[in-house]
Design a protein around this ligand. Structure first.
Ligand SMILES: Nc1ncnc2c1ncn2[C@@H]1O[C@H](COP(=O)(O)OP(=O)(O)OP(=O)(O)O)[C@@H](O)[C@H]1O
Ligand SMILES: [Mg+2]
Length: 313
């Protein structure tokens, strides 16, 4: 991939676990036009927990991402800093490019015939689009959960969870497999519901359970980042609450980036928010990004206020 534009942001800095305030750099509002850069916490290192606990995950930084389908440009120079330990919510009206942006973050956009992109995606300072970087390796570090739960129908619950590991060619002893299986299902908040029926087909679970199964499958490969594209939009309120709890539980181990149309959900689960908009046929971009409280409470741009208060979109 060629870099079509000059860099507006420095490359992501190496994380410094154990230093810095709770959510450094999120105190202020990063207001920008689509051409500008939304960088949160870039200068101060990444978020850490109070006390001694270190956080996992990786910092993801999108730098001047543009995207095309054929000749149609759908994203214009989008930059966003997504620090470890922080849940980032991507919000905005339908068609503004949220899913396209998310898919670029784990190299899925390039699977669409005729699709092109420019810019950089830095994972802890390394561009995932550097020639020679293996796509499978990138995807094992940056997992994705989709709107519609997609367990492999012919596989059991256990096989579904371990499927990603098999695909990446990881060989494990039987006890290790059992350990990974239990740990992944525990992290996804599904273990207690399925521990007695691990050999049953994944497709026999409820929609909410299937979505948690897909989260467990993603977590089994121990990713640094989990991308979620409207993971609860097909779920009932109870299942939605369960997934939101799972996000809260894993957010210090895995960097989460979630697309949602549900403003309450964005407010509940995220610490930073990026508002995407594509105006009058123009490519999509970030109008404003910043601390979630600021985006919902006192956004800098009137379009953000209109959107988060349900006046359009
Ligand atoms: N495979 C594709 N081929 C051509 N155009 C596409 C393709 N996928 C998306 N687009 C176009 O790219 C633009 C951005 O789409 P995208 O799916 O990223 O939006 P979105 O913000 O995720 O919308 P939604 O909230 O409805 O999911 C839209 O105009 C859409 O029509
Ligand atoms: Mg979408």
């Amino acid at each position: 991939m060629s870099d079509l534009s000059p860099l507006a942001t420095p490359a992501a800095q190496r994380p410094r676990p154990g230093t810095g305030p709770l959510i450094p750099g999120l105190e202020g509002t990063a207001s920008s036009s689509a051409q500008d850069t939304a960088v949160l916490g870039a200068a101060d290192g990444d978020a850490t927990l109070t006390g001694m606990q270190q956080i996992g995950g990786a910092t993801l930084e999108a730098v001047n991402i543009s995207a095309w389908f054929g000749t149609r440009k759908v994203l214009e120079r989008v930059s966003l800093h997504m620090p470890r330990g922080v849940v980032t919510a991507l919000i905005g009206p339908s068609g503004c490019g949220k899913s396209t942006f998310l898919r670029i973050l784990n190299r899925m956009h390039e699977t669409v015939p005729g699709a092109q992109l420019g810019g950089q995606v830095m994972l802890d300072g390394h561009d995932i689009y550097t020639p020679g970087t293996r796509v499978t390796q990138t995807r094992s570090r940056i997992g994705m959960v989709f709107q519609k739960p997609n367990p492999f129908p012919a596989m059991s619950i256990a096989e579904n969870v371990l499927a990603g590991l098999h695909l990446t060619g990881v060989r494990m002893s039987r006890p290790h497999r059992a350990e990974v299986l239990e740990r992944s299902l525990l992290r996804a908040g599904l273990w207690n519901e399925v521990k007695d029926r691990l050999a049953q087909p994944g497709s026999a679970l409820s929609g909410g359970q299937q979505q948690r199964l897909c989260i467990a499958r993603s977590l089994a490969v121990n990713p640094d980042v989990l991308l979620m594209d409207e993971p609860c939009s097909a779920l009932d309120p109870g299942s939605t609450a369960r997934i939101e709890q799972t996000i809260g539980d894993i957010k210090n181990e895995v960097t989460v980036v979630i697309v949602t149309h549900n403003m309450q959900q964005a407010a509940r689960v995220s610490q930073q928010c990026a508002f995407f908009l594509a105006e009058q046929g123009a490519p999509g971009g970030i109008v404003e990004a910043g601390n979630t409280e600021t985006i919902f409470g006192s956004p800098a741009d009137p379009r953000t206020a209109d959107y988060v208060h349900g006046r359009f979109g």
